[in-house]
Design a protein around this ligand. Sequence first.
Ligand SMILES: Cc1cc2nc3c(=O)[nH]c(=O)nc-3n(C[C@H](O)[C@H](O)[C@H](O)COP(=O)(O)OP(=O)(O)OC[C@H]3O[C@@H](n4cnc5c(N)ncnc54)[C@H](O)[C@@H]3O)c2cc1C
Length: 424
Amino acid sequence: MSDVHQNTPVKLPKNTSPMRVVDVVVVGGGVVGKACALGLAQLGLQTIQIAPDLDQTIPAPQGTEWGQRIYAFSPSTQKLLAQLQLWDALDQGRMQPVRDMRIFGDRGEKHDQLHLSAFEAGTPQLAWIGESNIIEHTLDQASRFQNKLERITGVVERIEVDSTEAILHLNNGATLQAQLVIAADGANSPIRTELGISIKEESYSQSAVVANWKCTHAHLETAYQWFLSGGDIVAMLPLPNKQVSMVWSTSPENAADLLKLDQAAWSQRFSSIANGAIIDQLGTLTLNSMPAAFPLRRIQASRFIGPEVNPKVVLIGDSAHVMHPLAGQGLNLGLRDVATLLHILGKRESFRMLNDKVLLRRYERQRQGDTSALLWVTDKLKKLFSASSGTEKQLRNWGLGMVNRSHFIKRRLIERALGDIDFE
Ligand SMILES: Cc1cc2nc3c(=O)[nH]c(=O)nc-3n(C[C@H](O)[C@H](O)[C@H](O)COP(=O)(O)OP(=O)(O)OC[C@H]3O[C@@H](n4cnc5c(N)ncnc54)[C@H](O)[C@@H]3O)c2cc1C
């Protein structure tokens, strides 16, 4: 045995550990990696999770300060968190259910609007808006008490794969041998690169500026999104206590300017866009967090398992796909990877190893379909609303109104937003 303690993230001393043998290793300490590691351990698999930041304590969010990283959690995410026994442990006072979504075109006319409603869809809510830290804190707490899960603070430097297993070399000289490696190592996934899995990548030449605001009008539990002429997209997502979380996708130059605005300049900016509709809807907006900007791109890995011959590695989360945040689905999609993987491994026939090709191909087949569909929709929406010709403008605004009148299309859109997946 090495000197790694069960369940507490520790830094290993250099070059002293013999090879450890476990069932599964999860590489990455984001929400997707944490949820996957916990779920695998709950299946009874001896699991090690490795990431450089696992020793950092994520405090439970509290008080009037709201975290910078705010997500829309879809019902598929709620289902997974409930399965991991976490949903009921989340502070529901910091989770805002979304009952309606209103998406507006760039002509500023009232009927250029798509309205999706939980009531019409026969569901209590379309999504929840909450802080990333609320999920991460709860995942960390649950992981500490899961005796099949061991967390190591470190970095994977190299991976070797042969016909029976994968071997990981860590930055401290330690080596780990596992039947299966889960790469949850983010958009720049070093494991994906090392395995030679190619990606389709496109920069949107946009950044997302995020900030939280207090508003004087009630947000009516509604998520608003305005497509502005010129290609900017402003989303205002409802938070508890008369607050909203903004995601403003814009050119990198405008993003840099927005980050420099003071409160008065922000108010002026809001009144000058979308024909003043943002202010009309939400009232006076007062900044309640430091704005921050993230570059936006689209990535899709050509394969979700690798290497091609004798796969022993599964890609999940941003290592497999990255999308524009206009649909607020990136993390949800990653957590659907986790749900599918847990389902396939949990239901595997007793004669199959964890890295059985049949299981891994089943995972890849299921996840590539969901991912391609969502990437296609978000990409096409983004491009349709960036197009500047008069005809395209006319078409997209007219299209919003038309979709709004079609119960069939709205139903399909809501199903996508809810993210329900059918397991094979
Ligand atoms: C502005 C913006 C708004 C968004 N809003 C939403 C939203 O509303 N809803 C939604 O669902 N999604 C949203 N997303 C997407 C979401 O943020 C990502 O999809 C999600 O955070 C990806 O999580 P992950 O765990 O896959 O990757 P990451 O969070 O990037 O985690 C990767 C981990 O891997 C570790 N790592 C990397 N290399 C190594 C190595 N060699 N060894 C060990 N560890 C390693 C890193 O340290 C890190 O811990 C948004 C994104 C942006 C930019």
